[in-house]
Structures are given as structure tokens and as C-alpha cells.
Design a protein around this ligand. Structure first.
Ligand code: ADP
Ligand code: MG
Length: 568
């Protein structure tokens, strides 16, 4: 047996960190399961490259509560550690990491601005345990090791008789942390942090219907029911229960797959998995998948956001390599998109930093603008591929789009292709379509395009009718941020102004179209043309019938430039 001192400069580091991270004790489980996952994935890699000549098999991670003895076990079948490696990785690396962490964050760790506590690692076990044991057997042909530490910098290290490969961490749960001996509490944590981790995690067992015993009930013509088992024998036993491992996670969540391998149904099933209590179907999804210049995967969903529904933020979950980090994505996802739901997973988002640092980080800025661009591209393709469907969803998505147009210049530019302006008659125009539709008919005396709009169809009914009688288009703009949007459009688009349909603007509009409609019919034109040719010498002057854009002048006479010079 070896006894030793963990090399930390602080006399007793454990109570310190316990105090600093008081509110966040629960993350110890995430850290230990992350380590168990890493150890398993490392073994997988070593067997793949032929460095570990062992059977990889179907390794699991198991979490077990031993309430009577106040212990929590985390068991993996990963690569394990030799005694030497325990010395190196646990005594030196893990604890120096902890010390470094303390140094760096003792002032800010309690600050809610910190997004994650990654890097705390193995050491976080001491937030909830007053004694920790590691029993580990390396995949290498070496004896198992048993490490014990009671929360002071002293540890013991001895041989153990564990024969199966892997590591078992045993936490002796402290008096003030007994909540972590409750099944419901552990299940809650596993659900929160580990639901999509890549190695199956077993937590207890559950009863299911035996798939080998699937009785079928049939009715004959008299209505008499018979139940037969799968061999066709009559049975009275409807279902047979069997006990199986309760695997709490889905190791292959949809966002880790290729978009081409997923059907609509897979996306909506994944939405259910993420939000079991959300019964409304999402409107559409956006699959994010990029590996250069940063790594990011994820699926975002546009939820149905109706006006009477409280807009809920913080529904997007941030993961790192399938480990849940936080559901506060402020600073990472552009603000207007925090109304969306879904998952983003990126190892390139720095954790253990404050929000303000995060917002200034170059990689994070790129991620944010990538997300904005992907969302815009998706909206554009939805619009192009099925306009009718897009129009039918407009009311539910407009708040996000309009908010985005106001807050992100890039998005504003892109939104020109799909942002819709509905009319009181239920038509939906893009800006360009609207412009083309009204440019000849709705300008004021300064040649400014005047866009008429109503905000309440019923209250402004008579004004709307009056405008329609003059062939004007009237938009129906009723979203809560419409006045901001109008201002934004007026300053961004050239020479336009918005006017309320019940304002006095409507009387000042000039109907250019009138001028183009000829007041003369073909015979009259011909007669006039001949008459003019007789009275005006054609070698000196040019005559154009109804050339001017005004019904005041049925024709104009011009003198070519060279003739004017000849006179001089
Ligand atoms: P990190 O995971 O960031 O490396 P930790 O403090 O969590 O830091 O762990 C320190 C080291 O201890 C790990 O890098 C690993 O080498 C070793 N270790 C921890 N848990 C296990 C485990 N379950 N199996 C094998 N090695 C482990
Ligand atoms: Mg770790």
C-alpha cells in the first residue's frame, strides 16, 4: 500500500471548492459520467487502431445507489487505469486541475454569468462526498488498483482484486448531500445532463412486455375473443412482463446524424424526446452541420408562436460532445433566435467564461452569424419550395423574422427574399412584389412611394374600403413590433413612406396610371396626327402624341437640338 499527499498548495482544497460552487453541486455526476464515457471511447479508439488487443464488446456505464451504506457507484467498462496511471492522472493531473480552477474562479465561480463548470472534472466528486474510492483495472495486463481519499490531501493506493476491465468510482455521500442517494434526484440529473451521451447508461431495471410473448387477440363472428401466444397456442395470459436494464439515454440523438439519413418523422420524434411536455408540433426544423472553421451540429425548431402565448426563451439547449451544458444560450445564439427550440452542440464554445467574454470571442461570433445565415437560408428555401405553405405559417413565424430584421442587419438583407407583407385581402407580397404592384399607383407629389397599412381590419373598415375603391393596396400589419419595422423599412429602402390608411395621406396620392390611359381612340389619334402634320412643318419640329405622362398634354412638340443650332 502506498500512502501519499496530493500535491496541492492549499492546506485543504476540498471545503473551499465546496463553498464556491455551492449552488452547482449536482454537476459532479455529469463530470464522473463524462470521465466514464471518455474512458470507454478511448478504449474503443485503442481497439480500433489495434493498440488494445481486447474485445471492445458493448460497454455500458452503470449508476447504482446503495442507500443503506450511503454510497453512489459509477461503473464503467472503459480502458481503466494502472496504479501508476492513478498516481499520474488522479493525484497529479486531476488535482492540479482543481487547484488551477480554484485560482481562476474563486471570485467568479458563483457568478451566474459563468456558463459551464467543465474542467472541474474528477475532483467535483468531493462536493458531495466525504470519501471517494476508485477501484480500477486497466485493459493492460496489470493488477487492479484501489485508491481512497477522504477529502484531505492524503490518499492511499493499494492493490485490488477487481478482474473485469474498467473503473468503479464509489462516492461516500456526505451528510449534507443525501439528496444524491434518492433515486428520483439521480434520475432527474441523468435526464438533464446525460440524456444524449454516446455510451448507454444503465440506472436500475424496468419491467417491459416480453417481446417473445406477444399474444394476439382475435374476435370470431359471434364476438367471442380468443387470445393466442406467438406459437399459436391459446392462452389466458395477456402479456408477460420481463425485467430489463433501464437505459436512461439515447446514445445516437438525431442531431449527430446526417440530415440525409433523417425523415420528417425522425425530426418530430426528436422534438418529442427533447420536450416531452410539448404537445404542439413544431412548424419546421433547421439542421445545423458544420465542421470548418468551427465545429457545430444541432437541430433548431420553429415552434408555433401565437400572439396569446408568452414568448419563452431559453428553450435551446447547449451541448458539448453530447453532454448537456446549459439551456441559457444568450450570447451564442443571436437574440432573436432564442425564441426557437432545439439543440446546438459545439466543442468550440469556451466554457468557464463569463457571458461578456463569450460575446467578444471570435469563434462564438462566427457561430452566431453562421446560425443566422442558416436560418435565413432555410426560410428562403421554404418560401421558394412551397410558397403556399410558407404563407400559411407566416402568422406564427413573423414575430421571429421581424424581430430578426430589426436586430440583425445581415438578416434584414437576407429577409428581403422571404419576408411577407400581407394585405387586408389576404394576399402576401414580398417587398419587391409590393413595390412593383403599387409603384405606378401610389406615389405622392415628391414621387415617394406611399405604402398604406391598417392595423385593425374591423376598426378601420371604412377607410380600407375607401382606399380599395381607389385601387390602392392596403397592408395588414398587426404584429407587436410593427412600428419599429416600418421605421426600419423607411430608413433602409429608398424613397418610401408608410401611411396609415385612416390618415390624410390617401388624398395626396397621385395615380400615375390615369395618365397612361389614352383619352383618344385610334381614329381620333389618326385624325389628330394628320392635322398636326399639315400645320406644323415636320422638317423643323417633331410631334409626339400623348408622349407626356399627363393628361394635360395630349401631344408635345419638340425641336431637335441640331435645328435649334441652325437658327442661331
Ligand atoms: P479531464 O476529464 O478533463 O481529463 P478529470 O479531472 O475529470 O479531468 O480526470 C482526470 C484524469 O483521470 C482523466 O484525464 C483520466 O485520465 C483519468 N480518469 C478519470 N476518470 C476515469 C475513468 N473512469 N476511467 C479511466 N480514467 C479516468
Ligand atoms: Mg473529466
Amino acid at each position: 500500500m502506498t500512502k501519499g499527499n496530493i500535491n496541492v498548495s492549499v492546506e485543504n482544497i476540498f471545503p473551499l471548492i465546496k463553498k464556491f460552487l455551492y449552488s452547482d453541486h449536482e454537476i459532479f455526476l455529469r463530470e464522473l459520467i463524462s470521465n466514464a464515457t471518455d474512458a470507454t471511447l478511448k478504449l474503443k479508439h485503442l481497439t480500433n487502431v489495434g493498440e488494445a488487443k481486447v474485445e471492445y464488446g458493448n460497454p455500458q456505464i452503470e449508476v447504482k445507489i446503495d442507500k443503506d451504506n450511503k454510497k453512489l457507484h459509477i461503473i464503467d467498462q472503459g480502458l481503466g487505469m494502472t496504479a501508476e496511471e492513478v498516481e499520474k492522472y488522479i493525484n497529479e493531473v486531476a488535482f492540479s486541475g482543481a487547484e488551477e480552477f480554484l485560482d481562476k474562479y474563486k471570485d467568479s465561480a458563483k457568478d451566474a454569468g459563468i456558463i459551464g463548470h467543465f474542467g472541474l472534472g474528477f475532483y467535483s466528486a468531493f462536493m458531495v462526498a466525504d470519501k471517494v474510492e476508485i477501484i480500477t483495472k486497466s485493459f493492460k495486463d496489470e493488477p487492479a488498483a484501489h485508491w481512497t481519499c477522504d477529502g484531505s490531501p492524503e490518499f492511499t493506493l493499494e492493490k485490488a482484486d477487481k478482474t473485469e476491465r474498467g473503473t468503479e468510482i464509489i462516492l461516500h455521500i456526505a451528510e449534507d448531500s443525501t439528496e444524491f442517494l434518492e433515486e428520483a434526484r439521480i434520475r432527474e440529473l441523468l435526464n438533464k445532463y446525460n440524456k444524449f451521451m454516446p455510451i448507454p447508461i444503465k440506472f436500475g431495471t424496468k419491467e417491459i412486455n416480453d417481446p417473445e410473448h406477444e399474444p394476439k387477440t382475435t374476435k370470431d363472428k359471434d364476438g367471442k375473443e380468443t387470445t393466442k401466444d406467438k406459437d399459436g397456442k391459446e392462452t389466458t395470459e395477456p402479456h408477460r412482463q420481463i425485467t430489463v436494464d433501464d437505459i436512461i439515454n439515447n446514445p445516437n440523438p438525431a442531431w449527430t446524424k446526417q440530415p440525409t439519413d433523417l425523415k420528417d418523422e425522425d425530426y418530430s420524434n426528436f422534438y418529442r424526446e427533447l420536450y416531452p411536455m410539448q404537445f404542439e408540433e413544431p412548424l419546421f426544423n433547421i439542421h445545423l452541420n458544420v465542421d470548418y472553421p468551427f465545429n457545430l451540429t444541432g437541430i433548431l425548431y420553429f415552434p408555433k408562436l401565437t400572439n396569446d402565448m408568452q414568448i419563452q426563451k431559453d428553450k435551446i439547449q447547449l451541448y458539448q460532445n453530447q453532454v448537456f451544458v446549459t439551456d441559457n444560450v444568450e450570447g451564442i445564439v443571436p437574440e432573436f433566435l432564442t425564441m426557437l427550440r432545439g439543440v446546438i452542440d459545439s466543442p468550440d464554445i469556451p466554457l468557464n467564461v463569463s457571458r461578456s467574454y463569450l460575446q467578444a470571442d471570435g469563434a462564438v461570433k462566427k457561430i452566431s452569424s453562421y446560425i443566422t445565415r442558416k436560418v435565413a437560408d432555410k426560410l428562403k428555401s421554404l418560401f421558394n419550395n412551397n410558397r403556399e405553405d410558407f404563407e400559411s405559417k407566416w402568422n406564427d413565424i413573423k414575430i421571429v423574422i421581424e424581430y430578426g430584421m430589426l436586430s440583425e442587419e445581415k438578416f434584414f438583407e437576407k429577409a428581403d427574399a422571404f419576408a411577407l407583407y400581407p394585405t387586408v385581402d389576404g394576399n402576401y407580397y414580398t417587398y419587391q412584389e409590393l413595390y412593383d404592384k403599387i409603384k405606378a399607383n401610389q406615389t405622392d407629389k415628391d414621387d415617394k412611394l406611399v405604402i398604406l397599412y391598417a392595423s385593425d381590419k374591423d376598426a378601420q373598415h371604412s377607410y380600407i374600403e375607401a382606399a380599395k375603391a381607389k385601387d390602392y393596396e392596403v397592408l395588414l400589419l398587426d404584429s407587436p413590433i410593427v412600428s419599429h419595422l416600418i421605421q426600419k423599412l423607411e430608413t433602409s429602402k429608398e424613397n418610401i413612406s408608410f401611411a396609415r390608411v385612416d390618415g390624410d395621406h390617401i388624398d395626396n396620392l397621385i395615380k400615375k396610371d390615369d395618365t397612361k390611359i389614352s383619352k383618344l381612340d385610334e381614329d381620333q389619334k389618326k385624325a389628330l396626327d394628320e392635322l398636326l402634320k399639315e400645320v406644323i412643318p415636320s422638317e423643323k419640329f417633331m410631334v409626339q402624341l400623348e408622349a407626356m405622362d399627363s393628361n394635360v398634354n395630349p401631344f408635345i412638340i419638340t425641336q431637335p437640338e441640331f435645328m435649334r443650332r441652325m437658327k442661331e
